[in-house]
Design a protein around this ligand. Structure first.
Ligand SMILES: [Zn+2]
Length: 69
């Protein structure tokens, strides 16, 4: 019984860790490294592609390598 409870709490712990990881780490990429997700709605300002990052909501530009910053 105690064995089952400890397995369960480890599973819950891992699940919460994954949720935190999923929430926080990708956002960290946006804020600190400047990696943004490909915008679902893309436009153009005349010389480069523009869009809004679906993760952090910032307006982003596409560089010549196809990365969003
Ligand atoms: Zn972003």
């Amino acid at each position: 019984m105690i064995y089952a409870i400890s397995i369960f709490s480890i599973a819950v712990f891992i699940l919460m860790l994954l949720v935190t990881f999923n929430d926080y780490l990708p956002r960290w990429f946006c804020d600190h490294i400047g990696w943004h997700l490909t915008p679902t709605k893309q436009g153009s300002d005349g010389c480069s592609l523009t869009g809004t990052c679906p993760r952090c909501g910032k307006s982003v530009l596409q560089d010549s390598q196809g990365n969003w910053f």
